[in-house]
Design a binder for this molecule. Sequence first.
Ligand code: URA
Ligand code: SF4
Length: 213
Amino acid sequence: MSSEETLREVAIEVSTCLKCNLCKGRTRAVPGEGNTNANILFIGEGPGFHEDKQGRPFVGPAGQFLDELLESINLKRADVFITNVVKCRPPNNRDPLPEEIDACDNYLDRQIAAIKPQVIVTLGRYSMAKFFGNEKISSIHGRARKKDGYICIAMYHPAAGLHQASLKDVIRNDFKKIPLVVAEAERMVAESPAKVAESAKSREEPPQQLSLF
Ligand code: URA
Ligand code: SF4
């Protein structure tokens, strides 16, 4: 199956999914969207008010800031893929519960496996936890690490920048590192495709810091 077909299949399943209680409050599920062969995958937390209405990720105020951030590194939405840890809106934008994240995790895993991005950018603590466990965002944000065979960078959630002005520039600076990390990822693949494929298979490897940062 092509990556496009897999992603379409996931989106169809998500649209009628009943695997957790978040299905009860949703208007529309938000599977995620973008380039099905993107180099960069962004993973947020979950749909908010506007996303739930439109069925699209990051279309509210946090999404506007994300658009600005993408533009600052000469990227458009169509260049990347954007999704969330949970695909249905938690009531009143509360944090997703562990059982909801678990129920939805298979969709995210299938999206990652289909897209095979060179770089995964986690936005906020729930997507960070998937790759970095209990680490603190304040100490690891903006740093690239190899994890589960992918190069991952944890970033503050764009909404955090809207609530706390001092974080806005931190997020902007972290974003500026993305092109360098993508270039480093491309270099690693060019130098050693076999090694990268091998590391993609070894799920238990400890986080490893890249030479670049
Ligand atoms: N916040 C998120 O984490 N995801 C969205 O899609 C919108 C806001
Ligand atoms: Fe299904 Fe995920 Fe929506 Fe829960 S959040 S109902 S698991 S699509």
